[in-house]
Design a protein around this ligand. Structure first.
Ligand code: 5GP
Ligand code: MG
Ligand code: MG
Length: 183
């Protein structure tokens, strides 16, 4: 599959690479102001958040540390259940740390709401969330997202780290997957 074939699998492009980078710069300016003089720990959620993390971290003019977690949400089919299993845990001790969770997308909100509680219970001084995308119509729990990029409709999107069956993560824009791909 070459790069042109990826574009052919999309119904539409929702957010372009340029729009993503402008938004990340905007979020970075707010984060710099809020955490001036602090030692911030960015926690990325694998694998979807790798692109957001790479761009946000380089855009931040702050000394940061970076750590990663991988989690899986059990549930029927594609729905997340809120029952979360840690596949890869953090290397860092969170006691007294200011933590910013970096996520690609909030759908039902179940994964992040669990994750925030989990990190808070490890003694972090504060735990906030930065998510590039959120689907307000899909929310099952309210998650307080301090730094939010774009609100999008309740459709399945890929690109910029987001996959369908591990594909499309390297597509530079964010787009809605065409129905023929599922068939
Ligand atoms: P939640 O627990 O909020 O329902 O699930 C969030 C996770 O589900 C995201 O981190 C992401 O991995 C996956 N997800 C939710 N919506 C989408 C989507 O539209 N596209 C892709 N590729 N993944 C999604
Ligand atoms: Mg994710
Ligand atoms: Mg995925």
């Amino acid at each position: 599959m070459d790069y042109q074939d990826i574009a052919a699998d999309l119904e539409s492009v929702l957010i372009t690479e340029d729009e993503i980078h402008a938004k990340i710069a905007e979020l970075a300016r707010r984060i710099e102001t809020d955490y001036a003089g602090e030692k911030l720990l960015l926690v990325g959620v694998l694998k979807g958040a790798v692109m957001v993390m790479a761009d946000l971290a380089r855009e931040l003019h702050l000394p940061i540390e970076m750590d990663w977690m991988a989690v899986s949400s059990y549930g029927s089919g594609t729905q997340s259940s809120g029952v979360v299993r840690i596949l890869k845990d953090l290397d860092s001790d969170l006691h007294g740390r200011k933590v910013l969770i970096v996520e690609d997308i909030i759908d039902s909100g179940l994964t992040l709401s669990w994750l925030r509680g989990n990190l808070e219970s490890r003694g972090a001084e504060s735990v906030e969330i930065c998510a590039l995308l959120r689907k307000p119509d899909a929310a099952k729990v309210i998650v307080d997202v301090k730094y939010e990029g774009f609100q999008i409709p309740n459709a399945f999107v890929v690109g910029y780290g987001l996959d369908y069956a591990e594909k499309y993560r390297n597509f530079r824009d964010i787009g809605v997957l065409a129905p023929h791909v599922y068939a």
